[in-house]
Design a protein around this ligand. Structure first.
Ligand code: ZN
Length: 87
């Protein structure tokens, strides 16, 4: 059995800017340290949904500055309004 990875992708990796949630313990791939919630500082993180081929593979949590330093590896950061998806 052989697998062919199509170069045509319908689903793309994307990155959004979000506030860091309390209890977050994700490790930033850019600097290998935790993306930590801080009560006094309104920190943000870049959440990247990573697609391999056309399939969702994983979520990566970056510090915004690390994501920028990495050269926007999953595309430009989409900044969503805070109340998006709240119903
Ligand atoms: Zn980082």
């Amino acid at each position: 059995m052989s697998l062919v990875v199509s170069p045509v992708t319908t689903a793309r990796s994307r990155a959004v800017l979000r506030p860091v949630a309390p209890g977050s313990c994700a490790v930033c791939p850019g600097c290998a340290t935790a993306v930590k919630f801080a009560a006094r500082v309104r920190k943000h993180q870049v959440i990247a949904n990573v697609y391999v081929g056309d399939r969702w593979d994983r979520v990566e949590h970056y510090h915004p500055e690390c994501y920028g330093k990495a050269g926007d590896p999953h595309g430009p950061v989409i900044e969503l309004p805070a109340n998006e998806r709240r119903r």
